[in-house]
Design a protein around this ligand. Structure first.
Ligand code: GLN
Length: 500
């Protein structure tokens, strides 16, 4: 069992007193998460096509199932975060989650058709244990009030997107040129690399992420509780299996999990003695609720925007020939990788000048950028030719703008969860942050489906009009959300107390 007394292991203070812009441990977490996202986005990129081509599902069913899988994955982060807080601690949770993701990927690699739903179920549970907890550990590298925290999450967010980009690209290439088995195996190898980096560097994390009950319970009891969590998570795999296999269960799942999670959070909030701590948690909940709307707009990327790219876009950007779907799938990640470190430096620079906008305003600006980007998607209709095809240049530019919005909200949201929640609730709140993504994805699917009501047989021009009408509405909704946040920002700021 690790202890802080081990020779050469830094104390929390030593870690948090780092010099320079980023602590060195951030890089280790960066690379572990980068490879985890390689595996995750690699697999995610294959799912819909695999279900259509190999499992022979109709396209609409495959899309529904894909949405369900996404929702389950992000919903499980709440459970993964909760168990990390209460029992396992972040390190063991990451280890267990990584292991399950590896088992899931290699199950798919071994027999993608026959073991499809089993492999996916392992991946769902695994991601639940891995994803929120590695993000929380990033926050723990910083002392309360350290202005460098947002920049750190910005860098971490670049790592996420480098992984997403490489995984999304290479897994598809391998699937096309070799086999599905090889492509799923590649995702599994990515996960092995990610987990290995974590295991080999975790000593540098000092006491961060150790089990919460260390020193409070006997080692035997701790071990017994750990085993119960491991066994319990294996036992729910058949349940997940059933729910993923039957898409209609997704709805029931979504109707129950969110309200239950909310009830549980309110129970935890009521238990807090300190009024300021309670108010900070309420502020965190406001951010989480707004983020649902944000992802509902933003996640059009995987749904309606990919169909828009398929049907209505030319195939050149700045005169260079390129598949519009490739632009839709990868430009966001490319822009994040380039812009996220710059945004991080911008926040640091503004902080130094004491003019950094507070977090609520940053969130509001995030919505405003997304609003502008949807207005630009709408505006593409004025560049359309007679066949209903329009400018990929403008579309790509709109992606740049929506990425700016993402950078004002998503990495900042991660950072916020680790500042607004009291330490023993960090994991759960990080899980809640991602659970909001699950609902956002779910709502995104519903919004997207409403846009495609013109039907498969409509002309390209009719489709263009239907989709761009939808985008105009989303631009208006995002504008309302952004303005609302900015207007209520003084109120939320009060609830946040010392957090800025
Ligand atoms: N793209 C980011 C990631 O994969 C954010 C995902 C989300 O919160 N929906 O981590």
């Amino acid at each position: 069992m690790e202890t802080t007394q081990e020779s050469g292991v830094q104390t929390l203070e030593q870690i948090q007193d780092f010099k320079g812009k980023y602590p060195k441990q951030l890089w280790y977490l960066f690379f572990s998460e980068m490879w985890e996202r390689f595996a995750f986005y690699g697999m995610r990129g294959m799912l819909t096509v695999f279900m259509v081509k190999e499992l022979l599902l109709p396209e609409s069913d495959a899309q529904l199932k894909y949405g369900g899988i996404q929702a389950f994955i992000y919903a499980m982060t709440f459970v993964g975060g909760l168990f990390a807080d209460k029992i396992l601690g972040f390190r063991k949770s990451i280890f267990w989650g990584g292991l399950l993701m590896i088992v899931g990927s290699f199950t798919l690699a071994f027999s993608p058709k026959e073991l499809y739903y089993i492999g996916i179920s392992f991946t769902i549970i695994g991601t639940g244990f891995f994803k929120p907890n590695i993000s929380t550990m990033v926050g723990n590298l910083y002392r309360d009030g350290d202005a460098r925290r947002d920049a750190g999450f910005g860098l971490f967010y670049s790592g996420i997107n480098v992984g997403a980009l490489l995984g999304g690209y290479f897994c598809i290439v391998v699937a096309k040129n070799y086999s599905w088995n090889a492509a799923f195996a590649l995702a599994g190898i990515g996960m092995i690399i990610g987990l290995s980096i974590f295991i080999f560097t975790k000593r540098s994390l000092g006491p961060i992420g150790l089990p919460p009950m260390l020193g409070k319970l006997s080692l035997a009891k701790i071990r017994r509780n750990d085993i119960m969590v491991y066994a319990g998570s294996l036992l729910v795999i058949p349940l997940i299996y059933l729910m993923v296999k039957n898409s209609e269960y997704t709805d029931y799942f979504m109707y129950t999990v969110g309200p239950l999670a909310l009830l549980y959070i309110f129970y935890e909030i009521m238990k807090l003695n300190d009024k300021a701590a309670r108010q900070k948690m309420i502020a965190a909940m406001v951010f989480i609720i707004f983020s649902i709307f944000f992802w509902a707009f933003f996640e059009q990327a995987g749904g309606s925007l990919s169909l828009f790219a398929l049907n209505n876009l030319h195939d050149t950007v700045a005169g260079i020939k390129i598949d519009p779907n490739a632009v839709n799938n990868s430009s966001n990640s490319v822009f994040v990788v380039i812009l996220s470190p710059l945004a991080g430096l911008l926040w640091l620079w503004l902080a130094k000048k004491k003019i950094e906008p507070n977090t609520v305003i940053k969130f509001g600006i995030g919505f405003l950028f997304v609003s502008v980007s949807f207005y630009l998607y709408y505006y593409t209709r004025f560049f359309a030719d007679a066949s209903g095809k329009t400018s990929l240049d403008l579309f790509t530019f709109a992606y740049l703008v929506s990425t700016l919005g993402e950078l004002c909200l998503s990495p900042i949201g991660l950072s916020l969860m680790t500042t607004l929640a009291p330490k023993p609730l960090h994991g759960m709140m990080m899980g809640m942050w991602f659970l909001a993504s699950a609902y956002g994805q779910y709502a995104a699917g519903i919004l997207g489906a409403a846009m495609s009501e013109v039907g498969e047989n409509a002309t390209q021009t009719e489709k263009l009009m239907a989709y761009t009408d939808g985008y105009k509405n989303l631009a208006i909704y995002a504008l309302i959300a952004g303005v609302a946040l900015i207007v209520i920002s003084p109120l939320i700021r009060k609830l946040m107390h010392d957090v800025h």
